[in-house]
Design a protein around this ligand. Structure first.
Ligand SMILES: [Zn+2]
Ligand SMILES: [Zn+2]
Length: 442
């Protein structure tokens, strides 16, 4: 008799769990009316609550309804995972937002590896969830008690930050988002002065060229040693990541690093920043092609990948439909960047080359940045160059030394030569979006 009762009870519980997971609102409401205590039930093995099930299955309405019943939003399962963590793990951004609104704590640690929801987002590569958490970290008590940057660089039991996990799992979008939010590119899993793995070691193991490229462009150190005394290059070789190894080889030419120490770079507006970042990426991909060719590797598929195509198409906004002046340094690209206060203009590629090669030296903390290549004047600000139409002749005076050339005439030559830049140090030819020659080489 007793056994029969507990059997029926178990049957009811299972009914509730499957109704929650399937989003059957009416069924769950009916069960709750009969017995509100069923909400305290947990599944047999993983100890999942109905809230966990709703969150991990992306049932937003179910989640809202359950939350109205006064249940603990941070209820734990047998791995001390919150419903928020499970929603993040399964990429259910709507549920993540709902749970955060309902007061879910983003600073909880599971008992598996002592990871937070931010680790989960980075590891599983759900950038929507990652952004929702980061935005909450700006406003919730976490920002006051921990500080935003400390939260972004939070470590799990093995010392891994979310950036480490994104690099290891080849989660490019999350990697980029974390870097933009102040994740430390040279963070070590060692801690307290002990050597450990950096995100670059992790990316070398994961084998994503895109992650390696992004970390190097943010100043990751190719010579940092892990706890076994290996540089990222050795890690890539050991894991047979040949393309990554070509970029990580300390004897190969380094990629350009985003010139963040320059004051006017940190003050760029969004559009100018996007333009220069794209120029840096293109220059680095061009260098990368050379490195891969030397290492006898075919160019990485990312050269023709969809993401890079997206970036390329963005640039058309800046370049199309205009009589843009031709850059008088490289004679290849249109002038898209204007130097303030002197008003001289050049293309984004020449600007980024100038800034990367005349970066202030962090060792001396000397703030001597690059000068305008035309008038040797100090650069206070970089802005998007105004696109001139033929009726705009009064604007011409603001850029006295620029040749009156239309870029259209020799624009199609694209990457054929890059002699003009040799004085500034080479950053390779840019066979970026406009040459139409990318990816045809074997
Ligand atoms: Zn140029
Ligand atoms: Zn000038």
């Amino acid at each position: 008799m007793g056994q029969k009762l507990s059997c029926r009870k178990q049957h009811e519980k299972n009914g509730l769990f499957s109704a929650v997971a399937n989003g059957e609102l009416e069924m769950v409401e009916a069960i709750l009316q009969k017995d509100p205590t069923v909400l305290e039930h947990l599944t047999a093995h993983s100890l999942l609550s109905p809230l966990h099930l709703a969150a991990s299955n992306g049932r937003i309405e179910m989640l809202s309804m359950l939350l109205e019943h006064n249940i603990k939003v941070d209820i734990l399962n047998h791995h001390k995972q919150t419903p928020l963590m499970l929603a993040v793990m399964h990429g259910k951004t709507g549920c993540v937002e709902k749970l955060i609104q309902a007061g879910a704590n983003i600073l909880m640690f599971d008992s598996l590896r002592r990871r937070t929801c931010l680790h989960y987002a980075a590891y599983y590569g759900h950038v929507g969830c990652l952004k929702a958490i980061l935005s909450a970290a700006h406003s919730t008590p976490v920002a006051d008690s921990w500080g935003f940057e400390r939260f972004v660089n939070i470590r799990d039991r093995n010392g891994a930050t979310p950036l480490h996990l994104a690099a290891r799992q080849r989660q490019t979008e999350c990697l980029r988002s974390l870097l933009d939010s102040g994740a430390l590119v040279c963070a070590s899993t060692g801690g307290y002065g002990y050597p450990g793995s950096t995100p670059l070691h992790m990316a070398a193991r994961g084998g994503s060229v895109e992650c390696v490229r992004m970390l190097l462009a943010r100043g990751a150190d190719r010579l940092q040693l892990d706890s076994s005394g290996r540089i990222p290059f050795s890690v890539a070789l050991k894991n047979k990541r040949k393309a990554c190894a070509a970029l990580l080889n300390p004897s190969s030419a380094p990629l350009l690093v985003w010139p963040s120490p320059l004051k006017f770079i940190s003050e760029l507006n969004q559009e100018a920043k996007a333009l220069l970042e794209k120029a840096l990426l293109e220059a680095n991909m061009e260098r990368e092609k050379t490195l891969l060719r030397k290492a006898d590797m075919p160019p990485s598929p990312l050269h023709s990948g969809s993401k890079d195509d997206d970036i390329a198409s963005d640039s058309e906004v800046f370049k199309s439909d205009s009589d843009m002046e031709l850059c008088s340094i490289c004679f290849e690209q249109g002038c898209t960047i204007e130097v303030r206060p002197c008003g001289h203009q050049m293309c984004a590629h020449c600007t980024i080359a100038l800034c990367c090669h005349k970066k202030p030296d962090p060792a001396t903390a000397c703030a001597a940045g690059p000068l305008c290549p035309f008038c040797r004047g100090t650069i206070l600000q970089l802005i998007l160059a105004k696109i001139k139409t033929s009726s705009d002749t009064e604007e011409v005076e603001s850029s006295p030394t620029k040749p009156r050339r239309s870029r259209k005439s020799n624009f199609s030559e694209g990457s054929s030569s890059f002699k003009g830049l040799s004085a500034m140090g080479s950053f390779g030819r840019n066979a970026g979006c406009n040459s139409g020659k990318v990816g045809t080489e074997k």
